[in-house]
Design a protein around this ligand. Sequence first.
Ligand code: SF4
Ligand code: SF4
Length: 345
Amino acid sequence: MGPLNIFHQNADNPHGYARGLKARGKTILGYFCSYTPEELINAAGIHPLRLFGAKDDTGIADAHLQAYCCSLVRGALTDVLSGRLDYLDGAVFPHTCDSIQRLSDIWRLNTNLKFFADVVLPVKLTTESSRRYLEEVLRKFRSDLEKGFSITIPDERIRASIKTYNAIRTSLKALYRMHAKKTSPLTAGDLNAIVRGSMIIDRTEAASMLADLAAQIQAPGKADGSEKRVMLVGSVCEHPDIYRLIEQAGADVVWDDLCTGSRYFEGLISEEGDPISALARRYHERIICPAKHSSVTGRGENLVTLSQEHGVQGVIFLQLKFCERPASRACSWRSRPSCLPKVSS
Ligand code: SF4
Ligand code: SF4
């Protein structure tokens, strides 16, 4: 099976992959959000597994949640309460939206996994003091992992993990760029599966397969150039069918601003100096999601820059039902239409 099929298969069936890992004795921590410092989990020799939540009946979770909680939180709680996550050794909750924070409390009270951590990251990422605070939060998380699993995580292991993540992010960005330039046979749906699969499978294997894929696919794209170039913007995209719908409508997602897309791979980590400081700088300076604050117009300006850089003709805001941090809310386009990129026909 080629790398592309492996990414698709595991993005479609993360539980199957995780059960296989568990059978081989691997410790697995679940996480929900691209603000989770998974480089530290990986450095601890623990497998970080992104949880996307059940998409079927979530009745078992409804008893614990208000009706306005998003489908990601509802699905994740359904999965753990119904026993589908029986391979997990614990879970990590970064401080982002209110729904994730309250899920953390409900999870802690209703499960008895070995490990649980709240990673209370700052919301406002504009000051030197918030960077220093973030660094201390990461040091505490490292210490929580060490205590929780009776291990030590040497700096060298963190540096090695940083290299692996830099390799993953570099290859993901290269694959996105090839698609945007129409020099790749991969579809936008393939890229979505590749990014989600990279959050599921062993990271060393992911880095190696992504490098192979990037080297293998230097071929002209399938698209004939007549399709409209659009950008998909939102929080999580866990509905791959959206890509087919957009293609059928005569458009192509040439870039995105999603935490299951470019926000995951943008921003490499310095491989020099203290590795925790380097991680803190990356999480402080990365392109923010709508649950964080850098400036009033920062997100909107970033979307304008991305749309100009990739020749985007239209933007689709993809909103999970009841997401309290919809991408459009933190964007200034609605209130400042002059920010809108020029649309060609
Ligand atoms: S949109 Fe932001 S808060 Fe929500 S899951 Fe993604 S990174 Fe986390
Ligand atoms: S940012 Fe939105 S989609 Fe993500 S967990 Fe929070 S409410 Fe749900």
